[in-house]
Design a protein around this ligand. Structure first.
Ligand code: ATP
Length: 611
């Protein structure tokens, strides 16, 4: 079986999704709506299976995680406390010529995808400037492909600045990016190098922050007093309900709360099919842990992440670093469990300067999508930022009381307490310095925080810290579609070749688990037996009964839908060969091998494979 080339793979996947009912454009009959997608009959099943797998793994199969299902619209103060009202924004620019909006930090990702940029890259391979060819292009095809590019609007002047750059005595070789910038700039001296609009090559305005939250009003009156937002993430409800779940689920820290559901972001440029949309679903876990000082007081020391302890079962001496690594590993194991191999992932550990001010560490789990290696899930160690913010903004205590900690703290010797405090003050001072405080201020604020914090610890009180694995359902669906896609070319006895699609979904997430085919539809005994088999399996797994057309065609249709198993009911099933009475042919999608199985054994054989 051959694997299709990456750049065409996306087109093939999008077309298959429409053809077979995995994903449709939302509101298609009205021309569609950008950034919104609907899941069709196969897609809805696939999505449900993915979400079930997550829920089972994260919530049902663990003693230390509880589930939550909160509302999409919540009190607007939640989004003030979380920082989303003030800072949940992307840099947005407008093209002064074609008026299209673009996300400024994605412009350089988008430019090479456009025909005008590809044409220029072909004319000037490796940044080697071919001025006459550029001039000819500007006066010909360029007029249609990039009408607002400086090179097209004013070729001679634009090329003269480029020539000055290239012919300078100490000139270094141009990068492709620099080449595009020169070709987008008419007067380098006056404006500096410009970044072209990816669509038409025109000039972009300076980026300005654009808040991604969808805003609305609750109740009949539209005023500032009843503003509300569609949630841009599911996580905040977990923090807001932390106390309720902690008390009613009778959980003790460390424990987690998982939630999945819709999230909404008014993305400036939704793109790459369901990878970045405006309405999508998330699967998020907030796993609450004790602060390291509490762990040290209780367990005597904090385990080191370098000891590889995170590969095993959780232990009482795990601090945030080990818990963080543990969750990264758990999440990759989850992906492996639904058929994505480890070599398709990369971990990107954010550098200290890239981290949000409250985050201690953050790793992006990247997946090799057909259009590039990009984020599938983020796993952040967020300290006690979120619960503290909600405590501050709501005025309600968010901390927990731990009697064992109070008792252990009473037994700690003074030297240990002093060394913990010194370490805490050092860390806090650095954080205040990073936020812009001067040295004296930073030291004073750190000491003041230490006094409050250690007084509380001594009483057995603390605000839990959190590790947050946050995954996107739709991005995972796209990863699974891309991973499953393969093509099979066959040649028949007349030498005619045919290429068809086989979606190799892991049986756990395949939309339909078993196709059921009576050999002939005009033989009532075969049909009745096939329906008996269908009714036998249907309570346990999704089945698809198909009696239309040649058996080979029916197999092919199910291969394209990604159905891992096919059952054919033939005359032997009815006892033509007495020893084969009440047996069926079981066909495996991936090996195409067929075996004979007794009907009574089917459920027992198939269930462990599809669950
Ligand atoms: P990106 O940098 O790609 O915009 P992000 O870092 O803002 O993503 P998070 O806020 O960490 O994303 O959200 C967690 C997960 O939610 C992401 O890893 C992704 O799988 C999913 N997600 C975020 N935004 C979108 C979107 N617009 N469309 C589909 N899925 C999304």
């Amino acid at each position: 079986m051959s694997e299709p080339k990456e750049n065409v793979l996306m087109e093939k996947i999008v077309s298959l999704c429409k053809r077979r009912g995995f994903v449709f454009q939302s509101s298609e009959i009205y021309g569609g709506i950008n950034g919104f997608w609907d899941y069709g009959q196969l897609g809805a099943e696939l999505k449900r299976n993915v979400k079930d797998a997550w829920w089972k793994t994260i919530v049902h199969h663990r003693d230390d995680v509880a589930g939550l299902e909160a509302t999409i619209i919540m009190h607007p103060k939640i989004w003030e406390a979380s920082g989303h009202v003030a800072t949940f924004a992307d840099p947005m620019s407008t093209c002064k010529h074609c008026k299209k909006l673009v996300r400024f930090d994605q412009v350089w990702e988008m430019i090479p995808e456009n025909a005008w940029a590809q044409a220029i890259a072909e004319i000037c391979p490796d940044g080697l400037v071919e001025s006459p060819a550029l001039l000819a292009w500007a006066k010909g095809k360029g007029k249609h492909l990039a009408p607002n590019l400086a090179l097209v609007r004013n070729p001679e002047v634009t090329l003269s600045f480029l020539a000055a750059r290239v012919d300078a005595p100490d000139a270094t070789r141009l990068t492709t990016k620099e080449l595009y910038q020169y070709l987008a700039t008419e007067q380098v001296g006056a404006t500096g190098l410009q970044t072209p609009c990816p669509h038409c090559g025109g000039e972009l305005t300076a980026p300005r922050p654009f808040n991604l939250m969808f805003k609305s009003h609750y109740g009949p009156v539209e005023s500032d007093d009843n503003v509300c937002y569609l949630r841009p993430e599911t996580a905040q409800a977990i923090f807001a309900q932390f106390k309720n779940v902690h008390e009613t689920a009778r959980q003790k820290v460390p424990f987690g709360i998982g939630q999945m559901g819709k999230a909404f972001r008014n993305e400036v440029t939704p793109r790459n099919f369901i990878f970045r949309s405006r309405e999508f679903e998330q699967m998020e876990l907030e796993f609450f842990i004790k602060p390291d000082e509490a762990v040290e007081a209780l367990a005597g020391s904090v385990a080191k992440a370098s000891d590889n302890a995170w590969q095993g079962e959780p232990q009482a001496d795990w601090g945030w670093e080990v818990w963080h690594k543990y969750w990264v590993e758990q999440r990759i194991r989850f992906y492996e469990g639904i058929g994505l191999t480890r070599d398709r992932f990369e971990e990107y550990w954010q550098k200290p300067e890239e981290l949000a001010h409250y985050a201690r560490a953050c790793v992006d789990i990247l997946y090799k999508f057909p259009f590039g290696t990009q984020e599938l899930e983020g796993i952040a160690a967020r300290g006690d930022f979120d619960l503290s913010q909600h405590e501050k903004h709501s005025g309600k205590p968010m901390g927990v009381f731990d009697e064992e900690l109070r008792a252990a703290w009473g037994k700690l010797d003074e030297a240990k307490k002093a060394s913990m405090r010194a370490k805490f003050v050092l860390g806090k001072t650095a954080a205040f310095l990073k936020k812009g405080a001067d040295e004296t201020e930073a030291a004073q604020q750190a000491e003041a925080e230490a006094t409050v914090y250690f007084d509380k610890l001594a009483k057995g009180q603390y605000i839990p810290h959190v590790i947050e694995p946050s995954a996107g359902v739709d991005r995972l669906i796209l990863a699974l579609l891309a991973d499953a896609y393969s093509e099979l070319t066959t040649t028949d006895e007349k030498g005619k070749t045919e290429t068809r699609v086989v979606m190799k979904f892991h049986p756990r997430i395949a939309p339909v688990k078993v196709g059921i085919f009576p050999l002939l539809k005009n033989k009532p005994e075969l049909v009745a037996k096939a329906k008996e088999v269908r009714d036998l399996l249907r309570p346990h797994m999704t089945v698809f009964y198909d009696d239309g057309g040649a058996i080979g065609r029916r197999y092919a249709r199910q291969d394209e839908a990604g159905t891992p198993f096919g059952l054919t009911i033939d005359f032997d099933t009815l006892g033509e060969k007495p020893e084969l009475l009440d047996t069926v042919t079981l066909r495996d999608r991936d090996t195409q091998q067929q075996t004979r199985v007794a009907i009574k054994d089917l459920a027992g054989l198939l269930l462990p494979k599809v669950r």
